[in-house]
Design a protein around this ligand. Structure first.
Ligand code: GFB
Length: 443
């Protein structure tokens, strides 16, 4: 069938289904699939329709040891792959629920698993880059709770001498799934849905390559409607730092409810509002373009002080609290500031010690109310911290923390001068104190 150009407005009835289907994929997959009363605003959409194809679903998961912000990075790699897949036929990215995270230890918030993406992110913004749906909604349209095929990505057992793109089905080096021989099914973690969700086909795939290198493998396989890539962090970004990378990053806007809480804190304690700081967001990120220096930021220094596991595992990079305070004081004097906001995973006693070295300044930390904590959990509080850091006049982070990196990208999107963003605290022994690479935004 040849390519047919149609516009939604006034299209022929026999084309209405494919048009609605593609529109659903492009913007509101779940709404169209589930909401009987849903009516698209047809004036906005102009589409090229080749043929009506039912969508396929790509799922993924990440090594359980990885934290929240590395997972955000893996999302971008997979989102770019799914965007590429959509050039040929419709695919929907199924968002892996958040949970079972090593760093999310709070006991007073109930279980931190099966958390939907909408708790943390604005799905409408994500959908301006790629069609996505929540895993719980995927289960609604897959009543058998089967994922047709699962590929567990792994490195090459023998290692490598020369980097080249390749992939091979190989015996599993490690296999966290278990086989139920009575039912002839594989079960696994499946985002906390261990009992319900299953697959008949599980294979291990040794891969060295970029995310979109998997495209031919996925498109040539025409039998599976749903395919999951586990350990998706094995594949690399297609092109780190290019404009498509940044589109994916810009689409990852935090959920409005979390931004509101952070903005209230800024207003109440830090004399910071978007209007005064020149950080007003456009509703639609695709329309937003800022130059470096457009954003002024609130009258405070923000610091991401990574502690916990980093104090043990990155001893050479993490300063003592006293040395961190020394660096903060120096910056406060240079920038002529009185307020400092500290985002940290440090226990309260460490925060108290840091504060004791900074008596001449107003030192703030965001402490959630019990309601906010139980609703948004450790992940939500981390986002609030990041959003407050992103709006300061000047930011200084911790070496090689993806938590700090995501704050840096946020500040690039808002239009800060890179000199006020790409900074880090140093350990007292580190005399050179090399500053982070400046990964500047590309439109
Ligand atoms: O985000 P993340 O991947 O960053 O993991 P790194 C750190 C987690 O610790 C965050 C908490 O997601 C939060 O739950 N956390 C850290 C914080 N800093 C703060 C903070 O300032 N405020 C709040 N509220 N929470 C990587 C891990 O950590 O370190 C990897 O992703 C691995 O799994 C590696 O462990 C060594 O990049 O800092």
């Amino acid at each position: 069938m040849g390519s047919v150009k149609v516009s939604v407005r006034g299209c022929r009835p026999q084309l209405l289904f494919p048009v609605l289907l593609l529109w659903a994929l492009a913007a509101h997959a779940e709404d169209v699939l589930y909401d009987d009363n849903f009516e698209p605003d047809s004036s906005k959409f102009k589409l090229v329709v080749d043929e009506a194809k039912a969508p396929r679903y790509l799922l993924y998961d990440v090594n359980p040891g990885e934290g929240f912000n590395l997972r955000r990075d893996v999302y971008m790699r997979i989102a770019v792959l799914v965007r590429n897949l959509n050039e040929d036929s419709p695919w929907i990215l199924v968002l892996p629920p958040w949970g079972r995270m090593y760093h999310w230890k709070s006991k007073d918030v109930g279980q931190q698993i099966r958390i939907p993406w909408s708790t943390f992110f604005d799905l409408e913004s994500l959908r301006r880059f790629v069609p996505v749906m929540e895993f719980a909604d995927f289960l609604k349209i897959s009543p058998s709770k089967e994922i047709n095929e699962v590929y567990y990505l792994q490195n090459y057992k023998e290692g490598w001498d020369k980097w080249e793109e390749k992939m091979d089905k190989r015996p599993c080096i490690f296999n966290p799934y278990y086989f139920d021989s009575e039912q002839d099914r594989w079960h696994g973690w499946f985002f906390g849905y261990e009992e319900e969700v299953w697959t008949k086909k599980l294979e291990c795939l040794s891969v060295m390559g970029h995310a979109s290198f998997l495209k031919p493998f996925l498109t040539q396989n025409r039998t599976a409607r749903s395919i999951m890539l586990d350990r998706a962090e094995i594949v690399l970004h297609d092109r780190y730092g290019d404009s498509v990378f940044w589109q994916a990053r810009r689409s990852m806007r935090f959920a409005q409810q979390l931004r509101d809480i952070a903005d209230d804190f800024r207003r109440e304690f830090l004399d910071s509002t978007d209007e005064k700081d020149e950080t007003v967001l456009d509703d639609d990120w695709t329309q937003m373009k800022r130059n470096h220096g457009d954003a002024k930021g609130g009258p405070y220094l923000s610091v991401h002080l990574r502690r916990e596991d980093f104090v043990r595992s990155r001893r050479k990079d993490i300063p003592s609290l006293e040395h961190a305070a020394k660096q903060i004081k120096k910056l406060m004097t240079k920038l002529k500031l009185k307020r400092v906001f500290i985002a940290t995973d440090a226990p309260q006693n460490e925060f108290g010690e840091l504060k004791s070295y900074l008596e001449e300044y107003q030192v703030y930390r965001f402490t959630p109310t019990p309601e906010v904590k139980s609703k948004y959990k450790d992940g939500g509080v981390a986002i609030i911290d990041q959003w407050i850091c992103a709006h300061a006049k000047y930011f200084v982070g911790s070496r090689e923390s993806t938590f700090s990196f995501r704050i840096q990208d946020e500040r690039e999107i808002l239009g800060f001068d890179p000199e006020k963003t790409f900074n880090r605290l140093c350990n007292e022994e580190d005399k050179e104190c090399e500053q982070p690479a400046k990964w500047k935004i590309v439109y």
